[in-house]
Design a binder for this molecule. Structure first.
Ligand SMILES: Cc1cc2nc3c(=O)[nH]c(=O)nc-3n(C[C@H](O)[C@H](O)[C@H](O)COP(=O)(O)OP(=O)(O)OC[C@H]3O[C@@H](n4cnc5c(N)ncnc54)[C@H](O)[C@@H]3O)c2cc1C
Ligand code: FES
Ligand code: FES
Length: 488
């Protein structure tokens, strides 16, 4: 059993903070605005969508310090142990001189109502620290999670491009003082488990992965919090009492990515942002989907393990991972078992996970050479929207032109992420031709009886699923490219 510490310690701008008494579900935004009187960060939606509350959180990754934009409205204070929280108040100098990001926003008229501006400034600041000369696409990506309803984005994008004309990155406080901040954050590391509060308000931050496994076996009713991009809304929107909370976002062992020729293994705590380089290099077909999961703040916080464990029928990672044949490792104390991802989802809201068991890792096997794979996300708006339907397709077509194997999985079509086994069976052994596709389409209605909800009607879902198979066929046979060229 590790030593116990009864406080959460982090850096808030340039101050060290030690919190000993706080509600388990206290959000960073409430803490900043109500407790610390730092009111620059705004509350727009309180559900991680609008970005008005964006702040930067710096965390040590090995010896490196990485700053990421996050939405403070759905981030709990308990998740900040050992981190550096940077709010918009930290940007201007003490004499009031604006930071280059702020100067650029003023000069380019990037602010009108001003309510969304601090969040936009923080997102642009996070990008500028990584990339002082960003492209339009990089700026748009950084702003996917920031909604501005009045100025339009053109002046904001112009401001994003102009930042470096108002100051050099080397003179930025977080850059110039990086080493000193790293030392301060390292001094917080004492290898202790953090325990605070009682009952619903209990906060536990395990000292290590083994410590978490031990704790969770003994207290399976505790709510696991990884990136809190789902859990946060249970509190801010559904007003649920979900304590005690066990925070696993800081466990380095869960943030590991391991690769070999045969597979890539993601620790369950790997965020979308951290997973992207390795995963997209291996599966370029995931690039578009990955970039459309939430906005940048959600991708910085949200984890693949959380998406799977949450078990939502419209989570975006299960369809492609099921099509790719991913397996997960579930851990209960020191015991581990491996399960095909598709078998994890039993029914709506019910997964094959016993009390005290958690998702430890996800292993995705390499795609055998020659196999075709694609995933399509269908939403009402392109960015930062939840899927109405997400379809993933994978086929192996032999030299004779006949389908040898097919794995097709959908989100948004059933109460769980689910394979289209009847469609698969209708394709295997048939020639990979438009006629075979057309013949297989009726099988969708056997696999799926989707519902009508605010995202799409049942009829639309069924039709779009069928059309996605058509599209996949056209793309894999090169016909889609030909059609596009023809249209142009
Ligand atoms: C604005 C916004 C946009 C979003 N857009 C998308 C989107 O486009 N596509 C999409 O799929 N999702 C989207 N989401 C949902 C969410 O971001 C994802 O589901 C995310 O992957 C959840 O991961 P997390 O780490 O934040 O999980 P958390 O919220 O921390 O946890 C989610 C659930 O998983 C459990 N859990 C977490 N880790 C583990 C573990 N290792 N073992 C066992 N249980 C665990 C928690 O107890 C909880 O039940 C969005 C959310 C927001 C707020
Ligand atoms: S208040 Fe809208 S994202 Fe936080
Ligand atoms: S300036 Fe605030 S919504 Fe656009």
């Amino acid at each position: 059993m590790p030593a116990i510490r009864n406080s959460i310690r982090f850096l808030l701008n340039d101050r060290e903070v030690e919190v000993t008494d706080i509600s388990a579900t206290a959000t960073l935004l409430d803490y900043l605005r109500l407790d610390r009187r730092l009111r620059g960060s705004k509350e727009g939606c309180a559900e991680g969508d609008c970005g008005a509350c964006t702040v930067l959180v710096g965390r040590l990754r090995g010896d490196e310090l990485v700053y990421e934009s996050v939405t403070a409205c759905i981030r709990f204070v308990g998740s900040l142990d050992g981190c550096h929280v940077v709010t918009v108040e930290h940007l201007a100098d003490a004499d009031g001189a604006l930071h280059p990001v702020q100067q650029a926003m003023v000069a380019e008229h990037g602010s009108q109502c001003g309510f969304c501006t601090p969040g936009i400034v923080m997102s642009l600041y996070g990008l500028w620290m990584r990339q002082p000369d960003p492209s339009t696409v990089e700026i748009e990506t950084a702003l996917q999670g920031n909604l501005c309803r009045c100025t339009g984005y053109a002046p904001i994008v112009r401001a994003g491009k102009a930042i470096s004309t108002y100051g050099a990155l080397g003179q930025d406080r977080l850059v110039a003082e990086r080493q000193r901040i790293i030392e301060r954050l390292k001094s917080f590391r004492d290898g202790a488990r953090v325990e605070l509060g009682e009952g619903q308000d209990r906060i536990v931050i395990p000292a290590s992965l083994d410590d978490f496994a031990d704790f969770y076996v003994g207290e399976p009713a505790a709510t696991i919090v990884a990136g809190s991009t789902d859990v946060g809304l249970w509190v801010t929107k559904f007003m649920r009492d979900i304590g005690p909370l066990v925070f696993i976002g800081g466990l380095e062992e869960l943030r590991r990515i391991e690769e070999n020729e045969d597979a890539i293994t993601l620790g369950a705590g790997v965020s979308y942002t951290d997973a992207a380089p390795a995963l997209v290099r291996r599966f370029p077909q995931l690039a578009d989907l990955w970039n459309r999961i939430g906005g940048e703040q959600v991708r910085n916080m949200g984890t693949v393990g959380g998406n799977i464990a949450n078990g939502s029928p419209i989570g975006d990672t299960p369809p492609p991972l099921i099509a790719l044949g991913a397996k997960i490792v579930l851990r209960h104390g020191a015991e581990r078992r491996k399960l095909s991802l598709e078998d994890f989802f039993l029914a709506y809201g019910k997964q094959d996970r016993r009390p005290g068991e958690f998702v430890e890792s996800i292993t995705i096997p390499a795609l055998p050479e020659g196999e075709q794979f694609a995933v399509y996300k269908i939403t009402k708006r392109r960015d930062e929207d939840i899927s109405a339907v997400c379809g993933a397709f994978r086929v192996a077509v032999g030299d004779d032109g006949f389908v040898q194997t097919a794995r097709i999985a959908f989100g948004g079509m059933a109460a769980t992420p689910k394979r289209a086994k009847t469609v698969e069976a209708a394709l295997v052994g048939k020639p990979w031709t438009a006629a075979s596709i057309e013949a297989a389409l009726p099988a969708f209605a056997e696999d799926f009886q989707p519902i009508t909800d605010m995202r799409a009607s049942a009829e639309y879902r069924l039709l779009v699923a069928q059309n996605l198979l058509r599209r996949f066929h056209l793309e894999t046979t090169g016909a889609a490219e030909r059609l596009e060229r023809g249209a142009a």
